[in-house]
Design a protein around this ligand. Structure first.
Ligand code: PLP
Length: 403
């Protein structure tokens, strides 16, 4: 029988669907089931719903509705931007054959970029500093005239660290390269403005902002061309075929509207207080570090590493006691104690690397729930260290070196 999770602290993996979103979607599963391509009344109703969803999504990003293209998820959006930009370079017979990505990108960008190698493209990864922030001096040197695309995420999904996207975009543009940012962990959580970020492409995902899984969007700046990856009936102005998933698009639109409201009401500050409270409790245990602590971070994500405890064990013990959180990103979990590419790129000290977890909170997390989750983690750390020979050694000589 399934145990009930008391404390959900895995918002960065996925967020609960907002009740208002579920309510807005419901009629489109029922009597408003039309296909937006149909000319009759049911079709026109569906088409109007998609139009409104596009307006709301554009508003959240400071974009024009014509610049928003709906997709099935952010993975699709990111693949489209990376592979589409490469296809365009090929069609233009451009000599640009290199893509520059940050070392801490989501696999949707890293793997899409790697997939281009057999076609004669090269991929370079720009390093980050100890806080996980892209090294701008290195980035400047690495953006050269042969780059067709640079990709730097707006915030990292494991640490919540916000990247210097505006600076990177400016450097990319100076060299004539296009610029992509993955805003999956920021859209709806901190202000995101495509004009200020100066990006050519931006990806977001419905399920990270209280809409369902299986819906996303790609912002394509007006004037930029990106060949479609999916050809067919010509939906999304011929750019992304496939009958529109109307209920999910309605959900995404409503989620974007709610996020704008929540941001205007100061949700960001409230959530950051929860995150910092959890950090304080865990740091008080000793032998604990907050990854990316010295950088600006999105309010809801806390990445912590403990010496002499394994993240995977912590996650399992936490789960047994009713707290849901990850060892890193959801897509990297289930890989045992393999250290994530993000923490490796940040050069998190050896003694801490295996003891990393991510707690992430958000709109519906109360102070009591955040405290409860932190207490469960703290308790698990103490229990696991009680049977750790390394911790005993550390306590007797106060030195983590060699552990
Ligand atoms: N980019 C980031 C930063 C993410 O956190 C995720 C999901 O975890 C994705 C991309 C992929 O999003 P989706 O689940 O919509 O494919």
């Amino acid at each position: 029988m399934e145990e009930k999770t008391c404390y959900y602290a895995d918002y960065a993996a996925t967020t609960p669907i907002a009740p208002e979103v579920a309510e807005a979607m419901a009629p489109y599963f029922e009597d408003r089931f039309g296909n937006p391509s149909s000319s009759h009344r049911l079709g026109r109703t569906a088409k109007e719903a998609v139009r409104l969803a596009r307006d709301e999504t554009a508003s959240l990003l400071g974009a024009s509705p014509e610049e928003i293209f709906f997709t099935s998820c952010a993975t699709e959006s990111l693949n489209w931007a990376v592979k589409g930009a490469a296809m365009q370079a090929f069609f233009d017979a451009s000599p640009r054959r290199r893509i520059l990505v940050s070392a801490v990108e989501h696999p949707a960008v890293l793997q899409a970029a790697e997939s281009l190698r057999p076609f004669g493209f090269s991929v370079e990864r720009a390093p980050v500093d100890g806080n996980g922030v892209v090294d701008l001096d290195a980035f400047r040197v690495m953006v050269r005239d042969d780059c067709f695309l640079c990709a730097v995420m707006h915030a990292n999904n494991e640490t919540g660290v916000v990247e210097p996207v505006e600076e990177c975009a400016a450097m990319a543009h100076e060299k004539g390269a296009l610029f992509l940012t993955d805003a999956v962990q920021t859209a709806g959580h901190i202000p995101v403005d495509v004009r200020r970020l100066d990006c050519d492409f931006l990806a977001l995902s419905g399920h990270k902002l209280h809409a369902p899984k299986g819906v996303g969007a790609l912002y394509i700046r007006k004037g930029r061309t990106l060949p479609p990856l999916i050809d067919g009936g010509g939906q999304e102005r011929g750019e992304r075929s496939g009958t529109e998933n109307v209920p999910y698009l309605v959900g995404l639109g409503e989620a974007c509207r709610l996020s704008r409201e929540a941001l205007a009401m100061g949700e960001e500050k409230r959530v950051a207080v929860l995150r910092d409270g959890m950090a304080q409790r865990l740091l008080s245990l000793g032998g604990c570090r907050v990854n990316g602590e010295g950088a600006r971070r999105v309010p809801g994500i806390l990445s912590v590493s403990f010496a002499c405890v394994e993240g995977e064990s912590l996650m399992l013990v936490g789960d047994l006691h009713g707290a849901a959180f990850s060892t890193g990103s959801a897509c990297a979990s289930g890989r045992g104690n393999e250290v994530s590419h993000v923490l490796r790129a940040m050069e998190v000290p050896e003694a801490y690397r295996n003891g990393s977890i991510r707690l992430s909170v958000g709109r519906y997390t109360t102070a009591a729930e955040a405290c409860g989750a932190a207490e469960i983690v703290a308790d698990a750390v103490v229990r696991l260290r009680a049977v750790s020979v390394e911790w005993e050694r550390y306590m007797s000589n106060g030195n983590l070196a060699g552990i």
